[in-house]
Design a binder for this molecule. Structure first.
Ligand SMILES: *[C@@H]1O[C@H](CO)[C@@H](O)[C@H](O)[C@H]1NC(C)=O
Ligand SMILES: *[C@@H]1O[C@H](CO)[C@@H](O)[C@H](O)[C@H]1NC(C)=O
Ligand SMILES: *[C@@H]1O[C@H](CO)[C@@H](O)[C@H](O)[C@H]1NC(C)=O
Ligand SMILES: *[C@@H]1O[C@H](CO)[C@@H](O)[C@H](O)[C@H]1NC(C)=O
Length: 662
């Protein structure tokens, strides 16, 4: 028992030792260069696309937002859309990141921004909500929730998502501590403002329809924020509405994005940003690594080492020897067979003993983790059951899938087989596969516990209000192809490849989840090879949906689906039309067309001379953009079902009952 204690002490002493050495050698390793100012300035006199088409490259619109030529403004929400203006959220973000923090000194940048804005009514009794923010966010793809959330935060943003907003709020939300329906607030990583100020103090009524101007100045050196609000074209307000010391550094990353967000809720209005200036300055220290970086780490000159360290080394060595001796003593005292397992297991079990090895959970554990299956932890549901978020005792977040009794009964699940299958998939590990953390199977319950991903599933990003740029979409396609090919190489079929089975972690790395466990009726035993072909088909649909940002409609017979549309465009030689316009125009279009062709190739009927590729082939086509792909049939295949009618594996209706219609 004593040995870990001594070991800790000796390691602690050794770590003490290593510190002075690294400090003394610091001047060898790093030459602190001169301080430079990193500056950036942005200026938009208006947002007329006609006079300045570059605006659409410089400012990225997300969610419901548009450039209005009529007003020369950014409008959130997009008033030209035919759908209801209620509960809309949108952002307009400057497309390049801005340096707002020096990571070495952790000092925030100074910035200065001015913008003119107008809040116009949409008429009727619905007018009057919710508000506009000037926002500083970590990425240029996320949109927050509508309504009182002002498109600032969303569920995926709870942790690690750093955001700062200055809100111009026109709706009173008592639950968020709003004082009235005409206030300015400072939001630091949360929708609940840390400070609010009544705008009428400076004679401004945000939703009176007039054009206002805001001046926001932050001095990073003394950490002082100053906000002024007045009328556009009027005098510079001498009295700030807010002026105080405020340390923004905990909410900043080195590079962040700036722009605006706005939302509507039960009540609607149009938020116009008419002109915008922004400038920032941050200090950067040029660090030049020296030639001796490596040597100085390895060699410590005998003469330069300080006398006290000699004594510490002595103590540390003595303690270390004691620890080793104690350890040896403890082990040698144990029985013979215990000793031998202790010595053999570490070698033999190296591959089996994975970190976070999946384990069986008890129902009471699961209940604690999900706070008694609380509604607040409910993530989503589908035909198979409910998905909860849970928090393990070590603080790790997990996703908990609780199969419904109805599903278990209707699918005629054989628990023994399920547990066997769980055992099989729990051994499969790949950087792009969601890991199973555990399961809970008893007479009544069937629950699976997976890793939880902050950014949710891919479908939310493709068909929701977020917009993924081309590079991220391509990475999703490539990584998912690799993970699927890996599964196939292990003789496992996924059986449920779709955008809602792909999860995105905080860095947008895609992970394929939900695999191998779409249980089939025990009578429909299927050959592995054939069902792998069905996976390839589903992957093809995933590729098309990811590129097009549109869902493939289930009513394929009516010729309305994305798949039919894509084949139609292939016949006309206009595959570029399949690509989502929202990915922006700065990407290689040949590249995109090739990806669509690969997607279509995965959906050809596997008969005659047309062959669906294997996932291994697909990975090859995606990794080497010069590798020729087999020629696509010139016209669309007659039937476009995941499973060939010839093999009669799975009719569409059966698939739907397994949740394909979700
Ligand atoms: C950086 O900016 C500060 C003022 O913000 C100025 O005093 C300083 O001279 C500048 N340094 C350089 C190297 O330009
Ligand atoms: C913008 O357009 C709306 C109507 O489309 C109008 O009410 C508003 O006054 C315009 N704003 C400016 C600044 O021209
Ligand atoms: C932006 O800067 C320009 C040039 O300094 C100035 O004319 C314009 O009024 C500014 N606009 C805003 C909204 O601050
Ligand atoms: C939105 O409006 C509906 C019907 O008018 C009402 O029932 C509901 O409480 C309102 N919600 C909020 C948050 O005001």
């Amino acid at each position: 028992m004593g040995s870990p204690f001594f070991l800790t002490i000796s390691l602690f002493l050794l770590s003490l030792l290593s510190k002075p050495t690294s400090i003394s050698s610091k001047k060898h390793r790093v030459i602190e260069g001169p301080i430079t100012n990193v500056t950036k300035s942005i200026s938009f006199q208006n947002f007329h696309l006609r006079t300045n088409p570059r605006i659409s490259h410089d400012v990225k619109l997300l969610g419901s937002a548009k450039f209005s030529n009529e007003n020369g403004s950014i409008q959130i929400p997009d008033p030209s859309q035919t759908i209801d203006l209620k509960h809309q959220a949108g952002r307009a973000i400057y497309s390049s990141p801005i340096r707002l923090l020096d990571p070495l000194t952790h000092s925030p940048a100074s910035f200065d921004t001015t913008f003119s804005f107008q809040i116009t009514t949409t008429g009727g009794s619905d007018s009057g909500g919710s508000g506009l923010t000037f926002i500083i966010v970590p990425d240029e793809v996320t949109v927050g929730r509508p309504g009182p959330w002002l498109a600032m935060v969303n569920d995926a943003c709870e942790r690690n998502y750093k955001a700062i907003a200055i809100e111009f709020d026109t709706h009173k939300n008592p639950e968020f501590g709003d004082p009235n329906d005409n206030h300015v607030g400072i939001n630091l990583g949360s929708i609940v403002s840390s400070t609010t100020v009544d705008a009428s103090v400076v004679g401004v009524y945000l939703k009176d329809g007039s054009v206002h101007r805001a001046w926001i100045t932050y001095d990073g050196a003394i950490k002082h924020l100053d906000i002024r609000l007045g009328s556009d074209g009027g005098d510079f307000p001498t009295k700030p509405i807010y002026s105080s010391y405020l340390d923004l550094s905990p909410y900043l990353k080195e590079y962040m994005f700036v722009g605006f967000s706005a939302s509507t809720g039960n009540k609607t209005q149009i938020h116009n940003v008419l002109a915008w200036n922004f400038s920032s300055t941050s200090k950067a220290f040029l660090r030049l690594p020296s030639m001796e970086t490596c040597e100085s780490k390895l060699l410590t000159k005998p003469g330069s080492s300080k006398p006290p360290s000699g004594f510490l080394i002595f103590i540390a060595v003595v303690v270390l020897i004691l620890a080793v001796l104690l350890n040896f003593y403890c082990y040698s005292n144990k029985s013979k067979d215990e000793k031998s397992t202790a010595m053999i297991i570490p070698e033999q079990n190296q591959q089996l003993r994975l970190p976070n090895k999946p384990r069986r959970f008890t129902i009471s554990e699961i209940s604690t983790v999900t706070r008694c299956f609380s509604e607040g932890e409910l993530l989503s549901s589908d035909s198979r059951g409910l998905f909860y978020r849970g928090t393990l005792t070590n603080g790790c977040q997990v996703a908990v899938m609780r199969f419904s009794t109805q599903f278990i009964n209707s699918a005629g699940l054989d628990r023994k087989r399920v547990v066997k299958e769980i055992g099989k998939i729990s051994r499969v590990r790949h950087p792009n596969l969601v890991s199973l953390r555990g399961w809970c199977c008893d007479a009544r319950e069937m629950i699976l516990v997976y890793d939880y991903f902050q950014n949710g599933s891919l479908d939310r990003w493709l068909f929701g209000s977020g917009v993924l740029p081309w590079t991220r979409r391509f990475k999703v396609i490539k990584d998912i192809a690799e993970s699927l090919s890996f599964l196939h190489s292990k003789k496992i079929t996924h059986k449920n490849v779709r955008t809602s089975s792909v999860f995105l972690d905080i860095t947008f790395r895609p992970l394929l989840g939900d695999f191998g466990l779409v249980f089939q009726h025990s009578d429909s035993r299927v050959e592995t090879v054939t069902s792998q072909k069905a996976d390839v088909f589903e992957f093809g649909i995933l590729v098309l949906e990811t590129v097009a940002g549109k869902r493939n409609s289930e009513e394929e017979e009516e010729g309305m689906g994305l798949l039919h549309f894509a084949w139609g465009m292939h016949e006309k030689g206009e595959l570029m039309k399949v690509v989502d316009r929202r990915v922006g125009s700065v990407f290689n279009s040949e590249h995109a067309v090739r990806v669509v062709e690969i997607g279509l190739l995965c959906t050809v009927n596997d008969v005659g001379k047309n062959r669906r590729p294997s996932m291994e082939d697909v990975v090859g086509f995606l990794n080497d953009m010069d590798r020729p792909i087999p020629e696509l049939p010139s016209s669309r295949p007659i039937s476009l079902f995941p499973y060939n009618s010839a093999t009669g594996l799975c009719g569409v209706s059966t698939c739907t009952s397994f949740g394909r219609s979700m």
